[in-house]
Design a binder for this molecule. Structure first.
Ligand code: F6R
Length: 601
């Protein structure tokens, strides 16, 4: 949450900062700001609201200068206002700071600093420039040393960039518990909150580790630990392209990312066919504890169904935000399986650290090379979804599911709970998933029409069972996060225990009813909703008349083994949420109050 971009080099810093912020806007869009050292001093602009507001402000104001910092904010402390937008400044106006994270002890620091400094905002961040200003003298004008001293007084989480007017061509950065990536160019260098925002400029990156600091100049980057001892770090070469991070002719990132799924899912399946990752870590454990949030937690529910069916091993699915404050018995015989698209989710990382302290082996499934989760895990499965920019997760979810199902299949075969014949049949069938998704996407006009039918005054509920309980939760999450309409997912068998009272003729019940062990039960649950006047939209296997007969609308998925059905069934639900949101005029890629990467608690 919050995005930071920094540049030192020979080009027009303002242009590059604005371009970088555009790519980071998904991380927060309450306000934005930039600061550039233009040879005479610092020149800055900041505005509440979307980046467009800042763009309009700086369009007619050439800043000059080749070094600068930018920020896009998701408000934590202090309301959404111009004054609370970053950068924040020291009293002498010479030190500018952009920050992602939370300074937990800001109140006590501010109380003390206020005796000597004038605060202009209600943010936690503003203590940083004033602290650095005080410590600058003690650091004898060494700006990185002053930042190190300041960091020593802070509690909480931060990725910060600091620019001093008297140190042109130099950015100082520090990180604790928030992502920060350095990008290496030719005679120019960058810093950013994520890798995709750097892709137009460089694919050579160094993600900073916990407690590291760095000083960035046009000719080089130096990295230090908390005691300012220099550290050698080899850059990573990233194989994502800037095109994969674009809209490619689609009106929204989300539409592009939904459409990419025939390719991304096929790429996942092919990768498992080419080489099987080392699964030693998971071979001898007695139980699995999934650690995840949001959509990744839904993927965890599919992991539970698949691992319990294929590997006959008990699986719990922990909400990381709860897990981290609970007393869950991790231990050497419990595999901690952390699922996170970004690999930076604060609660997931905290739970992973807790699991590690209890001796659990850590297996991570993530989309981002070099992310914090990957660096802290014992073994990493990397997804091949490519950069995902829309705040609503789509292609990363189906990528997670493919990896989870293959993990279950391979572990089942290795542990002898899945016969070689069944393994062969299932992996062969997985080869068709990409093509199947392509076929489902061709129903887009039908889904759009359905979304129009339920345009005004309808509520949505989603129900599913077994493998598709997760699909019900995920369908509901997609719908609520981008349309702002109340929508909930339920286990279909739970309807009688309360949710049925929500049903009337203005309630659309989306029933995920592919062929499989629970289909007949689902049809009974559909009947219960219909007889109370509810409208039924079903996701059913192609040609399944029994489901069609009890539904107002049907989206079809090709016939498949039940374990693969969540990968297919979620596609029409992503489209339904998308079209409903577009119909309502929502900002699909940047839903209100949200940010893609939840790096604060
Ligand atoms: C919903 C969504 C979120 C994320 C959640 C975890 O569409 O994107 O619910 O799934 O914030 O994020 P990661 O997977 O990055 O840990």
């Amino acid at each position: 949450m919050c995005g930071i971009f920094g540049y030192v080099g020979h080009r027009d810093a303002l242009k590059i900062l604005m371009d970088g912020l555009k790519r980071l806007e998904y991380r927060g869009y309450d306000s934005s700001g930039v600061v550039v050292q233009n040879g005479h001093g610092l020149v800055a602009a900041k505005r509440r609201g979307r980046l467009d507001a800042l763009e309009a402000e700086v369009r007619s104001r050439p800043f000059g200068g080749h070094t600068g910092l930018g920020h896009t904010r998701w408000a934590t402390h202090g309301g959404v206002s111009d004054a609370n937008a970053h950068p924040h400044f020291s009293c002498d106006g010479k030190i500018a700071v952009v920050h992602n994270g939370i300074i937990e002890n800001f109140a006590e620091l501010r109380k003390d600093l206020e005796r000597r400094h004038r605060f202009l905002s209600g943010t936690d961040t503003e203590v940083i420039p004033h602290l650095v200003e005080e410590l600058y003298e003690q650091a004898e004008g060494d700006i990185l040393f002053a930042v190190t001293l300041a960091v020593g007084r802070l509690r909480g989480s931060w990725a910060m960039g600091v620019l001093h007017a008297d140190h042109p061509n130099r950015l100082s950065v520090a990180r604790v518990n928030c992502p920060l990536v350095l990008g290496l160019g030719d005679g120019e260098n960058f810093l950013a909150s994520d890798i995709p925002s750097l892709l137009p400029y460089t694919r050579r990156v160094i993600p900073l580790d916990e407690n590291e600091l760095s000083t960035i100049g046009p000719e080089g980057i130096q990295i230090f630990d908390r005691h300012l001892t220099a550290k050698a770090r080899a850059p990573l070469d990233i194989d994502w392209t800037a095109e994969a991070a674009g809209k490619n002719g689609h009106p929204h990132f989300m539409a592009q990312e939904i459409d990419a799924q025939p390719r991304t899912v096929a790429a996942e399946v092919e990768a498992w066919g080419r080489s099987v990752p080392d699964l030693r870590l998971a071979r001898d454990v007695d139980r699995v504890m999934v650690i995840a949030c949001g959509t990744a937690w839904h993927a965890g529910l599919v992991a539970k169904a698949a691992l319990e069916e294929m590997v006959r091993i008990p699986v719990e699915v922990g909400l990381a935000s709860e897990l981290r404050y609970g007393d869950h018995p991790f231990g050497p015989r419990t595999l901690a399986f952390a699922i996170s698209q970004s690999g930076e989710t604060a609660d997931t990382l905290a739970s992973v650290r807790m699991a590690r302290e209890s001796g659990s082996p850590i297996l991570a499934l993530t989309n981002v090379k070099g992310c914090t989760l990957a660096r802290e895990a014992d073994h990493v499965l990397y997804m091949r979804a490519g950069p995902e920019t829309g705040v609503a997760a789509t292609k990363s979810y189906t990528s997670q599911l493919v990896n989870i199902l293959f993990l279950a299949l391979h572990l089942g075969r290795e542990r002898g709970t899945l016969s070689p014949e069944r393994f062969e049949a299932l992996t062969r069938e997985a080869g068709f998933l990409g093509t199947h998704i392509g076929r489902i996407l061709r129903q887009d006009p039908l889904v759009r029409q359905c979304a129009r039918t339920f345009q005004e005054g309808y509520g949505f509920m989603f129900m599913g069972r077994r493998y598709n309980l997760a699909t019900a939760y995920e369908g509901a999450l997609k719908m609520k996060e981008i349309t702002y309409l109340p929508s909930e997912g339920y286990g279909a068998g739970e309807m009688k225990h309360g949710p049925l009272s929500l049903v009337d003729e203005r309630m659309v019940c989306v029933a995920i009813t592919p062929r499989g062990r629970v289909k007949e039960k689902m049809i009974s649950n559909i009947q219960e909703v219909r007889s109370r006047g509810g409208r039924i939209v079903s996701v059913a296997t192609e040609g399944d008349h029994a489901v069609a007969e009890v539904s107002d609308h049907v989206f079809e998925i090709p016939s498949c083994e039940e374990m693969f059905s969540p990968i297919l069934a979620v596609i029409p639900l992503q489209l339904l949420a998308y079209h409903r949101a577009v119909g309502l005029g929502r900002d699909v890629d940047r839903p209100r109050n949200l940010a893609k990467s939840v790096t604060v608690e």
